[in-house]
Write a protein that binds this ligand. Structure first.
Ligand code: TMP
Length: 211
């Protein structure tokens, strides 16, 4: 589990390859959790800050790094800014933070996809997030839906995405209790209900104070 303090908000990340429905579920979750009277912050990675959105545009649309390490450090820089200026303050206020991708994306894409060492990626990730891992990570697993307009990372070959998928499987196996794995090809309403029932359990635990 994450490094959660008792008074901290809940940190939830959504993961998976492109076009599995992460963003749609994230906005539905935000609306539902807000309706419970909670402050909710929804952010995407890379992005979520002016600095991070500029790096997102750079890395998704402008230039490709030949070095996998260079690519990872750009994601890590965006993450460091987001963590320090947005996520940590929100958690400190007790808000629920919903992340469209987080540290596991770098492990799946840069370690498994591009061949960096998982130990190196993990070490820099932990430095950037000060060991504050997500309390829950949702993996929308399965065959992605077709995308019409692809950015430059989405144009990588099928073998790359297969390694990314294997990366997620490996990450899940490292710590199954942090993960909720859901088949992305199910009806979106069923997926949403599955996610919410797990999140309700977290809220209940926290109100009882035994998390
Ligand atoms: P998306 O969030 O719109 O799916 O696009 C983000 C892209 O960036 C996606 O191809 C995954 C990739 N990515 C990484 O390769 N490493 C990372 O650490 C993050 C956050 C994203």
């Amino acid at each position: 589990m994450g490094n959660k303090r008792l008074d901290d908000g809940l940190l939830i990340s959504l993961e998976g390859v492109e076009a599995v429905g992460k963003t749609t579920q994230l906005w539905r979750l935000k609306r539902r959790i807000e309706a419970l009277g909670q402050e909710v912050l929804a952010v995407r990675e890379p992005g979520g800050t002016a600095f991070g959105e500029t790096l997102r545009d750079l890395i998704l649309h402008r230039v490709q790094a030949e070095s996998g390490l260079a690519e990872f450090l750009v994601f890590a820089a965006a993450r460091a800014e987001l963590m320090a200026t947005v996520i940590q303050p929100a958690l400190n206020r007790g808000a629920t933070v919903l992340m469209d991708r987080f540290v596991d994306s770098s492990l799946a894409y840069q370690a498994f996809g591009r061949g960096l060492s998982t130990a190196v990626v993990d070490q820099i990730n932990q430095l950037v997030i000060e060991n504050r891992m997500p309390d829950l990570t949702i993996w929308l697993k399965g065959e992605p839906f077709a995308i019409e307009e692809k950015d430059q990372l989405e144009r990588r070959d099928a073998a790359y995405f297969k390694r990314v998928e294997e990366g997620y499987q490996w990450l899940y196996q490292q710590n199954p209790t942090r993960w909720l794995v859901v088949d992305c090809r199910q009806d979106p309403d069923i997926i949403f209900d599955t996610l919410m029932s797990r999140i309700y359990r977290f809220f209940k635990k926290n109100t009882r104070g035994d998390d």
